[in-house]
Write a protein that binds this ligand. Structure first.
Ligand code: SAH
Length: 220
């Protein structure tokens, strides 16, 4: 390892990020808007410095409190699905975590509301998003299973935690014509799931198998 790598320059360089983008493309991410945002979002700023050398690997990493920053492929895939039908104007994110997915969404979508149930994670995410000039993102310490009723309806809803059923409040807060993306299933058999709302009709599609941290109840 060179001195520059230790200083965090080589390991977060343009070439390192380009390698991640190439890998995501190989794994099927095709939307150039998503690949551009992944290329330009400094993922190393959303994790502990001690892990920064792994920031552009395609893996989830621990962020404390038993939670993880999502794998870049998962962030890219969920984002691609969320904007597939058109850019949603108002987006609700459940599970801010490190704030990395929030930052990716904030580049693409005009209005983001993001909830996190673990206060220290939310505090850190807020600092990072402010440092990146993304202060317009609305963050709330709350149970995302209840959605964010005062701001509903949302054109897009993205949850970064999984459970066997989609919370009824999230379905109710999805706008007519809107789309929800969330991992659904038991811990060992979760699938990325897309729900499109047309009036009172909710059309559900089950996509790739994934593994997310659990969607929990209440706040901490
Ligand atoms: N996209 C985030 C993912 C973090 S992991 C990132 O890349 O950093 C998922 C997050 O969902 C965790 O921080 C966890 O605390 C949070 N979470 C789980 N259940 C929740 C709930 N009911 N309401 C809000 N946040 C929740």
């Amino acid at each position: 390892m060179t001195g520059l790598d230790r200083a965090g320059i080589g390991m977060t360089s343009a070439r390192t990020r380009e390698r991640l983008v190439a890998r995501l493309r190989d794994k099927g991410i095709a939307d150039p808007r998503v690949l551009d945002v992944i290329r330009n979002t400094p993922r190393h700023l959303f994790i502990d410095e001690a892990l920064a050398h792994q920031a552009y690997d395609d893996t989830a990493l621990p962020i404390g409190h038993g939670q993880t920053i999502s794998q870049p492929w998962v962030v890219a895939r969920m984002t691609e699905l969320l904007i597939e039908k058109g850019i949603p104007q108002k987006v609700l994110e459940v599970g801010t975590g490190s704030g990395y997915q929030t930052a990716v969404l904030a580049v693409l979508c005009p209005q983001i509301w993001s909830v996190e149930r673990i206060r220290p994670l939310q505090d850190l995410a807020r600092k990072r998003l402010q440092a990146l000039g993304m202060a317009a993102v609305q963050l709330r310490h709350a149970d995302g299973g209840l959605g964010w009723a005062s701001e509903a309806p949302f054109d897009g809803i993205l949850a970064a935690c999984g459970r066997p059923d989609v919370p009824a409040d999230l379905l109710a807060q999805l706008a007519d014509g809107g789309r929800l993306v969330m991992p659904v299933g038991e811990a060992d058999s979760q699938y990325l799931t897309v729900i499109d709302r047309e009036g009172n009709d909710y059309r559900q599609r089950k996509l790739e198998q994934v593994r997310f941290v659990p969607f929990q109840r209440g706040i901490r």
